[in-house]
Design a protein around this ligand. Structure first.
Ligand code: FES
Ligand SMILES: [Fe+2]
Length: 425
């Protein structure tokens, strides 16, 4: 349980809310590269942390990210003409390049000094790992972009699905660090099997345990925290544990334990206090799926399951298209696709879940740790301006990895994590 004040500190990101300030001290994954791929293509409305921007790729292939509203009389630039190396506002024809410089002012007299004085606010971007990352904070606090844990190199194979969700970022993030729910909510898609470790094919995920009530252990790190969910394995139950170790890299990223084919991560970016972009990512490994196959496997395809703004056709008004007949026949949720099952739960909680009124059990230990960590981080942000994960020396994300497997009971998962992390350095 949290107090109302703590819940606000955790959840709210708009205006000067400390959590929003903290997030703006990180490079923010504001959209997918695929959304702004085409030179002179349709400008994209970018919404992040309660603010609106316009992204466009100019005739030279350079990417611009500007405040959405034209500095003249504040019409939206998303309707503008993207042509001849700049974005032209439709209203009076002022035109801006990717740096926000005003390069034409057709409504003003020829040679007007105003043109040289106008500079629209622009934001630095980096394209990496399928995302456009933007520095949305103060320019003097900017530090160099570093590759995220899920795309350590520029050519890391990666498949991303994206959904716009009418729920606050923190309740979605709590779903990433909640190993216990997978044995219930996802039980029809994550099935126990006599496998060595987690496996995947184009129908299901498999894991070597039937244990539905994992024991949890957490540990704080300089980038956030990690935890182990400890289950009894199907084989060697007397001497071994089935461990699933999840990494939370504050504030946006979670590394979910991998399977034998690929690694799994999630990235959750607040659009505003009550809406978020959820990204579910397969990357690296022996057999990373294509983006198309990944979205198909998860029943989250644009144009089929989602509209062109990444909004799901499954909504509370249609009971998320839940199939009660399938439930009678044995499907646990009546909802196809692992992320779709999660989304029903997150949205059903309301836009910002009331944490003053929930009851936590032993399997919620990682949830307790997440809340404590991030409420403290928001308080520190408000008190002395220090942002978790963004102050020197900054943690190296490429060295962080989630893991899973059946291990001897003698093994301390923290040393497993440390040893492997060192090996990766
Ligand atoms: S409002 Fe954009 S040019 Fe006038
Ligand atoms: Fe889930």
């Amino acid at each position: 349980m949290l107090t109302p004040e703590e819940n606000d500190l955790l959840c709210r990101v708009e205006n000067d809310a400390p959590m929003g300030q903290l997030m703006r001290r990180h490079w923010v994954p504001v959209c997918l590269i695929e959304e702004v791929e085409e030179p002179d293509g349709t400008p994209l409305l970018v919404e992040a942390l309660g603010r609106r921007y316009v992204a466009f790729r100019d005739s030279n292939g350079d990417l611009g990210l500007l405040d959405e509203l034209c500095p003249h009389r504040r019409a939206s630039l998303i309707y503008g003409r993207n042509e001849e190396a700049g974005l032209r506002c439709l209203y009076h024809g002022w035109k801006f390049d990717v740096k926000g410089r005003c390069v034409a002012m057709s409504s003003e007299p020829e040679g007007s000094p105003l043109q040289g004085k106008v500079r629209h606010r622009s934001y630095d971007t980096v394209e990496w790992g399928g995302f456009v990352w933007a520095w949305l904070g103060e320019a003097d606090e900017k530090y160099p972009f570093q590759p995220p844990a899920f795309a350590p190199t520029e050519d890391t194979p990666i498949a991303i699905l994206k959904v716009r969700i009418p729920a606050n970022w923190a309740q979605i993030t709590e779903g990433q660090i909640d190993s216990a729910h997978s044995s219930s909510l996802h039980s029809s898609d994550m099935v126990p099997a006599r496998v060595k470790g987690a496996a995947a094919d184009d129908k299901s995920w498999y894991r070597p345990s039937t244990d539905r009530s994992p024991r949890m252990q957490t540990q704080t790190t300089d980038y956030g925290f990690h935890y182990a969910a400890i289950r009894t394995p199907m084989k060697n139950a007397a001497t071994h544990n089935y461990l699933r170790i999840t990494e939370y890299i504050a504030p946006f990223t979670s590394l979910i334990p991998p399977n034998s084919s690929y690694n799994v991560a999630t990235v959750i970016v607040p659009i505003d206090d009550e809406t978020s972009h959820f990204h579910f990512i397969a990357w690296g490994g022996q057999d990373c799926p294509s983006t198309e196959d990944w979205r198909k496997f998860n029943h989250v395809q644009k144009g089929i399951h989602l509209d062109d703004r990444w909004v799901s056709r499954r909504q509370p008004e249609n009971r998320f298209l839940q199939d009660r007949q399938a439930m009678k026949l044995g499907n646990f949720t009546g909802v196809k696709g692992i992320p779709n099952q999660d989304i029903v739960m997150w949205v059903s909680m309301g836009p910002i879940v009331d944490r003053t009124n929930d009851i936590l059990g032993a399997s919620d230990l990682a949830i307790v740790e997440f809340r404590r960590l991030m409420v403290d981080a928001a308080r520190r942000m408000a008190e002395d301006g220090s942002a978790l994960g963004a102050t020197e020396p900054r943690p190296r994300h490429a060295a962080i990895a989630s893991r899973e497997g059946v291990f001897s009971k003698d093994l301390d998962w923290r040393t497993l994590s440390d040893a492997a992390t060192k090996a990766a350095e």
